[in-house]
Design a protein around this ligand. Sequence first.
Ligand code: CMC
Length: 433
Amino acid sequence: MAERAILTIGDRSYEFPVIEGSEGERAIDITELRARTGLITYDPGFGNTGSCISNITFIDGEKGILRYRGIPIEQFDRPTPNFIEAAWLIIFGRLPTKDDLAGFNVILTENAHLDESMKHNFEGFPVGAPPMAMLSAMINALSCFHPEYLKLSDEDTFEAAAARLFSKIRTIAAYSYRRSKGVPYIFPNPHLRYCANFLHMMFSMPYKDHVIDSDIEDALNLIFILHADHEQNCSAATVRVVGSGQANLFASVAAGVCALWGPRHGGANLAVIRMLEDVHRGNHSPEECIRMAKSQTSDFRLMGFGHRVYKNYDPRARILKAVCDRVLTRHHVNDPLLEIALRLEELALKDEYFVERKLYPNVDFYSGIIMRAIGIPTDMFPVMFAIGRVPGWIAQWREQQGDPQTRIARPRQIYAGPTVTSYIPIERRESAG
Ligand code: CMC
């Protein structure tokens, strides 16, 4: 017999179905809770709330497992698959055939450029503007340039829209950087692969092509793959919330970029580097950082540590730590920030505070050091996260749009404000002081 959960309130008991996922995760289905009991649940931060049933990504936070469409993340740590193949898998739910990939690559190549009038939009931003602000605004602006993709009524139109977004985000990201530096935009080169093309648009100059190093291209591929999806995180949940109101794909993903920006989420990679630089400048020792992170009176956190779901080493961080070592060694980069990061990790992993709370390095702890070695400027780090995460956002949006259970996202609240009170005309109000 199917398992049921029994809830007792006062002298009445209610039964609710227990549902189970393909990996044994169980949930109490409370869809009818309020209708039957008059009560709602209270779960700030949604730590106990399943908002959807999803087939995209599986995480076992206790064991440190991450799989895309069933494939363990460790299997992506090799020259193939590349980011495009991983993105296709995540978006469409199966590994692409050679024909699938060839067809997708053609759409990516033919749509890597931006509409010429979009360039004027970049001119409207001041030099020095944060690249994440430009990225989000320009992804949203795609809605103006592609009205034919505001409603995606069949698979071909969806693929066309998804491919355009996936291809153009690199161009928008590179242009955002170039605008922030006040240097000329570089057009995408149709002969270059996805990551190489991005590096070309970032670093070439009108008078000199950037020389692409294959190690760096591989490392970037892997960084993007490791960020490609992470189930119902803050930005994916945002994409779904916006999408639940039936906003178009571009608008929903632009909202995801904003959600990613903050230092508790995708902005953590930047915050980690700022923290390591602070230690390097001698403002704090690693030991002081650990002390401040533990202090009840300081709001300092050890950036790049801790995770809502992982209560074990983040498998992405494990891979990135090795990539970091590989890239720095091969390119003879002696980055003092790596030493500091290793020291902080060593101190934290044997400290009772971190052990008790199961706080381990997350994906953002080592990614910034690799990106520095590649030459990516620090304020672009969250943008790099966003490029990597686009396949996930697209897949989450698509899954939601096709799910008959989807309803507009509309949480409830426990109201704790004033009870009914009367309006007082302004001339009769006493001063607040
Ligand atoms: N440094 C010090 N203490 C921490 C940290 C940290 N990095 N992370 C969590 N804690 C403590 C926290 O103070 C709390 O302690 P107490 O029980 O005494 O109140 C306990 O651990 C639980 O923390 P929480 O804030 O309730 O956990 P959460 O699941 O709400 O937050 C998190 C998860 C990732 C926001 C948090 O760990 C954090 O702020 N980490 C630093 C920022 C960071 O690296 N973010 C990237 C996350 S991974 C990539 C991504 O999703 O973008």
